[in-house]
Design a protein around this ligand. Structure first.
Ligand code: ADP
Ligand code: MG
Length: 287
């Protein structure tokens, strides 16, 4: 396929992104505000969240009145069995889905009440997402993929390209900036996805099983990179992960189980090899 001019390619990147936004808004459920009080210390406060899926005439309640506070600068890990509702929670926190009940505050901004346009703008500016699947545009270069959130925001292409270049450098992929995303390895693609998540300088990073489709060693490298970027970008981060050693290296670990967030079980702690760590346990840093 013949490659088009830069401006046409940028237009195409924007169109792809907007298509994705439309698909996301189609998934929106409905919203309902409930009472509560705001804590200025919390970067994120999910207040009494309920999510019920209606599918084939049957209601599936994933969780009911689930609350979560994430402190500014915290690295929170969420673990839990498959199907326990981790992705549902992350979609709600990220404003990609609406709860059946409850509110979600970022600072003092309730995102549940936002309409589609302001919500998309809020996501673009405030939240970086990383998923198990990097979801890059395969025909576009690594640099163009990273530029995308800035172009959608209306940043000039030259400015977006230099910001994207800096981020690719941070994730160790400067030399591959011009390579098509489809030609990169799984680990490299996830690095590009990380750069794309952070190029708009969000305050919050939400990562849902970011190493779930990578081999162990590559996964470790990505986890280490996430840790470095959390600090250098002064982020508040929520990680869903099955990697217990990574989870227990975070500031706090919560297990989503039977519709509520709980202290990880003794088995989880033993598996992660942290049960003997009496200081941390007594300090109560895991919940
Ligand atoms: P996890 O990420 O922990 O594996 P999910 O949040 O993906 O779990 O799913 C939690 C529960 O919600 C599962 O029982 C799943 O089948 C159900 N679920 C998820 N998405 C939908 C949907 N769009 N419609 C109906 N049920 C859903
Ligand atoms: Mg999931």
């Amino acid at each position: 396929m013949q490659r088009s001019s830069t401006s046409r390619r940028i237009g195409s990147v924007k169109a792809s992104f907007q298509r994705e936004e439309t698909q996301i808004s189609r998934r929106l459920f409905y919203s309902r505000d409930e009472g509560g009080s705001l804590d200025p210390e919390s970067a994120i406060w999910a207040d009494s969240l309920t999510r019920i899926y209606r599918s084939g005439g049957v209601d599936v309640t994933v969780f009911k009145n689930l609350s979560l506070r994430v402190c500014s600068g915290e690295r929170l890990a969420i673990i839990g069995e498959s199907g326990s509702g981790k992705s549902t929670l992350m979609h709600l926190l990220g404003g990609l889905d609406k709860p059946s009940g409850g509110r979600i505050f970022f600072g003092n901004q309730d995102i549940v009440g936002l309409s589609d346009g302001p919500l998309a703008d809020f996501r673009n500016r405030q939240i970086g997402f990383v998923w198990q699947n990097p979801s890059l545009l395969a025909e576009f270069s690594a640099l163009e993929n990273v530029m995308m959130p800035l172009l959608v925001r209306g940043v000039r292409p030259g400015e977006a390209a230099s910001a994207a270049g800096l981020l690719l450098d941070e994730v160790g992929l400067k030399a591959r900036a011009g390579h098509r995303a489809g030609e990169l390895s799984g680990g490299e693609q996830q690095r590009v996805a990380l750069a794309r998540a952070l190029v708009a300088r969000p305050k919050v990073l939400l990562a849902d099983e970011p190493t779930g489709s990578l081999d162990f060693r590559t996964g470790e490298t990505i986890m280490n990179l996430l840790t470095v970027l959390h600090t250098s970008h002064k982020l508040t981060s929520v990680f869903v992960t099955h990697n217990l050693s990574f989870a227990f290296s975070c500031d706090r670990v919560l297990e989503l189980k039977k519709g509520s967030l709980q202290t990880p079980s003794e088995t989880e702690l033993q598996t992660a090899g942290v049960l003997q760590d009496a200081t941390r346990l007594d300090g109560g840093t895991y919940v």
